[in-house]
Write a protein that binds this ligand. Structure first.
Ligand code: ATP
Ligand code: MG
Length: 283
């Protein structure tokens, strides 16, 4: 029987970490624990293996029994830029353990990539941006916002391929935008997260943390100012003036004036807006 003291211990202290070599059965897979990748108060992440294939096993601790993450991840499966969901188990195999099995990204998340390789080549950064945006469009059309689009939640498989993962922070979208708007504030915020990530990949640092850089960036209105910024920060080979102006436009204070990249695909609300348009025209 648990004492009162144990009741107050964090779940990480009560539920032991799976040891190296331990075999976990999850769905049709029997995976063996190879490495603890990360531990925090709500999750543990392991690299596991079956045969010669690596997977990631994410353990959602009872303080954080996240059905939403598992069911959302499963619902989004099948898109080329969404980390592949493999299986999940909600406490039936191991009481108190919520397990999510997914494909393993050999280069880790985009923070790992920047730490290991420095800023990415321009074409790779833009390719990754389009891939993230297409995953975001897919999510929104299925009625979910991610709410944490950030380099730590985008995973690298090669210099041609990245995928969006970690669906534990978002929610379902319950509302439609105000009449005529293309998306809700939270959907727009997901796109802005992808643009933050693009800047991080191009520059190799998180620009919002460099206050001086960010103030100058946000003040850009004309090509001349963009040109000056590129010269002052030695960014001529990194981003063109046109690209910098385009990136800047995503931070327009009115979110509905921000562009929506082509890679996003069809708007979730396009059907709704078409119907409203027809209604207005015919009245
Ligand atoms: N599919 C994966 N392949 C490789 N590494 C992964 C995979 N999923 C997660 N990781 C790594 O596991 C670690 C923990 O990931 P997790 O998403 O649980 O936490 P986080 O991203 O640090 O936190 P947050 O929930 O705030 O995003 C990160 O370093 C991440 O890069
Ligand atoms: Mg994460």
């Amino acid at each position: 029987m648990q004492s009162r003291f144990q009741d107050h211990l964090p779940p990480t202290d009560i539920i032991p970490t799976f040891p190296y070599g331990h075999v976990v059965k999850i769905g049709s897979k029997s995976v063996s624990i190879r490495q603890v990748i990360a531990v925090n108060c709500k999750t543990r992440v392991y690299r596991v293996r079956e045969g010669d294939e690596n997977f990631v096993l994410k353990e959602l601790l009872p303080s954080h029994p996240d059905y939403y993450e598992c069911t959302t991840h499963q619902a989004l499966n099948g898109h080329p830029h969404i980390v592949r969901y493999v299986d999940s188990d909600w406490g039936t195999v191991y009481r108190d353990r919520f397990l999510l099995l997914m494909e393993y990204a050999p280069f880790g998340d985009l923070r790992d990539v920047i730490r290991d390789f420095g800023p990415l080549r321009r074409e790779v950064a833009w390719k990754f941006f389009d891939q993230i945006i297409s995953a975001v469009g897919h999510m929104h059309r299925l009625g979910h916002v991610h709410d944490a689009i950030h380099p730590r939640n985008v995973f690298a498989f090669s210099s041609d391929l990245c995928k969006l993962g970690d669906f534990g922070n978002g929610t379902r979208i319950n509302e439609d935008p105000r009449f005529g708007l293309k998306m809700t504030v939270r959907e727009a915020r997901d796109i802005q997260g992808a643009v933050d990530t693009l800047l991080f990949l191009l520059l190799g640092f998180w620009p919002k943390e460099d206050t001086a850089f960010w103030e100058i960036f946000e003040a850009i209105e004309k090509d001349e100012e963009a040109r000056l910024m590129l010269t002052n920060y030695d960014l001529d080979g990194v981003v063109s003036i046109a690209d910098l102006m385009y990136i800047r436009s995503f931070y327009h204070e009115d979110f509905y004036k921000r562009p929506i990249p082509e890679a996003y695909g069809r708007l979730r609300t396009s059907y709704l807006n078409e119907q409203l348009f027809i209604w207005f025209v015919w009245r």
